[in-house]
Design a protein around this ligand. Structure first.
Ligand code: HEC
Ligand code: HEC
Ligand code: HEC
Ligand code: HEC
Ligand code: HEC
Length: 403
């Protein structure tokens, strides 16, 4: 199969449209285009450009005198000394990046091929020690350096913090007592980039795409009032440096940032305000948010034929490379659903509701994909992913307005 066809197929399957290197047969998806500084390089700058070359090169032999604990890449071992970060990270989606829906797609078919596999793992499990196939055909790590258990751990601590056994982190907190005389893992190198939004961009922004960009989170943020006020990805997703990364899957996170209210005046309307969302609400093409209003009778039942709704989200025609619709709410912006019908005689109230379906797109992907699978393990994983995607929706708000 030719590359463009394969890339398209993968895009349809995965819903992550830059899932594969776009250069035909390319083995270094993060390499720079020869000649000019790419948009990616301009945003990332020198340190991050190198830091986020993926797959992240194997760490190599552990430095002399290090204990096995200091040299280990296992998050549990980092947690022996950094228990708070471990406890937080374990509950995050970064720790779930090798999810059934991800892993299940890499077992048979085109995504199981080395180039595609590498393309997918670049963001979900970026360390070379997590890659069952090496960066080139001539190079593959063997166990124990290649570590299947580490692969299953997803986006691990070392994926963000450790390069060639050197540890990198944000400036040390000012309020800490002085560090011990001999800090384990030879201390760490302070990098201001850990507190900047561009740190997150290599995985949450698709760079240099001609045509549509289905994941534009960094630039949405950059143009937002939040960026102008100095609020970064970390301020909202890692408050007090916590490693929780709550997002659209977390009702509380969304409820704290998005207001839903009736607007007074004629006609009656339900208004959603993305008050504290630092990018489009929602940013990615995969979730759907639905605002709806219906009339209610005296027994509390919805009156048939009165339901109206407005969908917030983005639908892309991957084949044509065009938006079919994009009704996402810009940072600070609003979406409005106005009542157009007069009340029915038996109506006693209007009910307004907002539901969030974080995995809308993937559910469809898994439904179509499952019956095509032959491998028993792949089937079991995708069945689990489908089941999970059926349980992730929630009601964000429900408001009643007496007639
Ligand atoms: C044996 C204990 C130990 C282990 C194991 C360990 N660390 Fe550390 N780490 C420390 C200590 C102590 C410091 C310095 C804390 C200070 O400055 O007070 C530190 C500092 C850091 C910092 C810098 C924090 C800052 O203020 O910026 C990062 C990041 C870090 N470690 C990540 C890791 C990761 C990732 C792992 C696993 C791959 C790991 N550590 C394993 C003890 C450990
Ligand atoms: C540029 C980075 C990047 C690449 C490459 C990438 N993903 Fe993702 N993927 C993400 C991010 C970020 C999310 C979470 C998006 C969100 O919630 O906004 C995600 C979410 C997912 C999800 C839904 C969550 C889950 O784990 O069930 C699946 C499935 C998935 N990706 C599969 C794939 C597959 C298969 C490939 C390769 C064809 C791939 N991804 C390549 C960044 C990437
Ligand atoms: C997705 C990337 C990412 C992953 C994965 C990650 N971290 Fe971090 N970590 C960061 C960033 C970014 C900061 C700086 C946050 C800030 O200062 O606002 C940070 C900060 C830290 C600090 C300094 C905390 C403080 O309070 O001063 C330590 C220690 C640390 N991380 C350890 C870990 C450990 C241990 C793990 C795994 C259990 C881990 N990190 C996983 C990105 C990551
Ligand atoms: C190495 C790639 C990588 C980096 C760097 C990274 N992420 Fe992620 N992030 C992912 C992937 C992959 C997922 C989806 C995991 C899954 O569900 O399969 C994700 C998921 C998330 C989610 C959850 C989204 C949801 O659906 O609720 C948030 C929030 C998030 N990341 C924020 C951040 C922030 C903030 C940073 C920077 C401090 C960051 N990420 C850095 C790869 C990355
Ligand atoms: C002002 C606070 C704020 C800032 C700044 C912010 N976010 Fe968010 N983010 C949110 C809220 C609230 C949600 C949940 C609602 C939503 O999904 O849009 C969210 C959701 C997400 C999601 C879930 C997927 C989706 O489709 O929305 C990802 C991934 C994410 N943010 C990444 C980032 C990255 C990367 C940055 C920096 C470039 C960033 N965020 C900056 C508040 C913020």
């Amino acid at each position: 199969m030719k590359w463009p066809a394969l890339a398209l197929l993968i895009a349809l399957l995965a819903g992550c449209d830059n899932a594969t290197p776009t250069t035909p047969g390319g083995t270094a998806p993060d390499g720079a285009a020869p000649g000019k500084a790419s948009q990616r390089e301009q945003v990332l700058g020198e340190f991050l450009e190198t830091h986020w070359k993926r797959p992240v090169r194997a760490q190599g032999p552990s430095p002399e005198g290090w204990s096995p604990l200091e040299a280990s890449l296992d998050p549990k071992d980092c947690g022996a000394c950094h228990p708070q970060q471990l406890a937080d990270w374990e509950t995050s989606l970064h720790a779930d990046a090798f999810s059934p829906g991800f892993a299940g797609q890499l077992i048979e078919g085109n995504l199981a091929k080395p180039d595609a596999l590498r393309g997918c793992q670049r963001c979900h499990t970026p360390l070379e020690e997590q890659q069952p196939v090496g960066p080139g055909p001539e190079h593959t790590l063997e166990p124990p350096e290649y570590d299947e258990k580490l692969r299953q751990a997803g986006l691990v601590c070392a994926g963000c913090h450790v390069r060639a056994h050197r540890h990198f982190g944000p400036p040390r907190r000012a309020d800490l007592p002085p560090p011990p005389e001999a800090v384990p893992h030879a201390g760490f190198e302070v990098r201001p980039e850990f507190q900047q939004s561009r740190f997150c961009a290599p995985c949450h922004q698709f760079f240099d795409r001609s045509g549509i960009n289905v994941q534009n989170t960094y630039f949405e943020w950059k143009e937002s009032p939040h960026a102008a006020r100095g609020e970064t990805c970390q301020s909202c997703h890692m408050p007090d440096r916590r490693h929780l990364w709550r997002g659209i899957h977390d009702r509380e996170m969304v409820a704290e940032a998005v207001d839903v209210a009736w607007a007074d005046g004629e006609p009656l309307a339900l208004v959603l305000t993305a008050r504290a969302v630092g990018h489009a609400f929602p940013s990615y093409v995969t979730p759907r948010v639905v605002m709806s209003i219906w009339q209610q009778d005296a027994t509390g039942k919805p009156i048939e034929g009165t339901r109206i709704e407005h969908t917030i989200g983005r639908k892309v025609d991957f084949r044509k490379g065009e938006d079919i619709f994009d009704t996402r709410v810009p940072p600070g912006g609003t979406a409005r659903l106005s009542v157009t019908q007069p009340p029915e005689p038996e109506a006693v109230a209007w009910v307004g509701q907002v539901t969030v379906d974080p995995d809308f797109h993937y559910r469809g992907v898994f439904e179509r994909y499952l019956p095509t699978l032959e491998d028993a393990k792949a089937r079991a994983l995708i069945a689990r992913a489908l089941e999970r995607s059926q349980r992730s929706s929630y009601v964000l708000a429900e408001l009643r307005r007496p007639r």
